[in-house]
Design a protein around this ligand. Structure first.
Ligand SMILES: [Zn+2]
Ligand SMILES: [Zn+2]
Length: 230
């Protein structure tokens, strides 16, 4: 359970043990799927098929282990207007790389079918399909792991889904194609500014944590925050 009566479920799926999360609002109006990993469509379709409200798929970044099942899940739940998929436009550049990586790991890849592209650059924008349902979620652009990496911050739930940007005890890799160590540093400083210490941090792999704990104990985050760059 998150703050504000939001319900959180976590599924660990696919060859890279990716966290796929489902967040349901207290009124049962909307179920949010964050990062449909390989196997997410099979795992979640039976659960969400009978859900009366809207389903919104948020992709933190378009690596195969976070986005392979977005198109399939959207399709199997009936598509719009019931289901909407959100991704930052800059991560369209990742599709071919993800296709190759999926094949390497023996997973299936389909290009995400996106209804709402985020366009914010190095800043913050509200996620419109959720705003329309009365759930305030900010997309914080956090490039560095990929150009279109995003952290989704649920204000009333006081929870942030950080994808492969910030983990418990470490930060995301920047040595893959599209990675950028300087952008990662700026993104971590952005997270430290935007997320209050009590914020629950729910990463793309591994255990949950809080922003305050990471600011104390995560050496790579501390180094980035103490860096004087803007
Ligand atoms: Zn990744
Ligand atoms: Zn990942």
């Amino acid at each position: 359970m998150l703050d504000g009566g939001f319900i959180l479920q976590r599924y660990v799926l696919g060859p890279l043990n990716t966290n796929t999360y489902v967040v349901t609002d207290p009124d049962g109006r909307v179920a949010v799927v964050i990062d449909p990993a390989p196997g997410a469509s099979d795992a979640l379709t039976p659960i969400l098929k009978g859900f009366e409200g809207k389903v919104i798929i948020l992709i933190t970044h378009a690596h195969f282990d976070h986005a392979s099942d977005a198109a399939r899940l959207r399709e199997s739940l009936g598509g719009p207007p019931k289901v909407t998929c959100v991704l930052h436009e800059l991560d369209k550049a990742m599709y071919r790389i993800s296709e190759e990586a999926a094949r390497w790991f023996g997973a299936e890849w389909e290009d995400p079918v996106v209804d709402e592209y985020l366009t914010v650059r190095e800043g913050v924008e509200p996620v419109k399909p959720l705003e329309e349902e009365g759930v305030a979620v900010l997309a914080i652009h956090t490039p560095g792991h990929t150009p279109g990496s995003v952290t989704y911050y649920f204000l009333d739930a006081r929870a942030a889904f950080t994808g492969d940007t910030l983990f418990k005890g470490t930060i995301g890799r920047t040595d893959f194609p599209g990675g950028d160590p300087e952008a990662m540093g700026a993104s971590l400083r952005r997270l430290a500014r935007e997320l209050p210490p009590e914020t629950r941090v729910l990463p793309g792999h591994g255990s949950p944590t809080t922003m305050g704990r990471e600011l104390r104990e995560n050496e790579a985050l501390r180094r980035a925050v103490e860096d004087s760059q803007p």
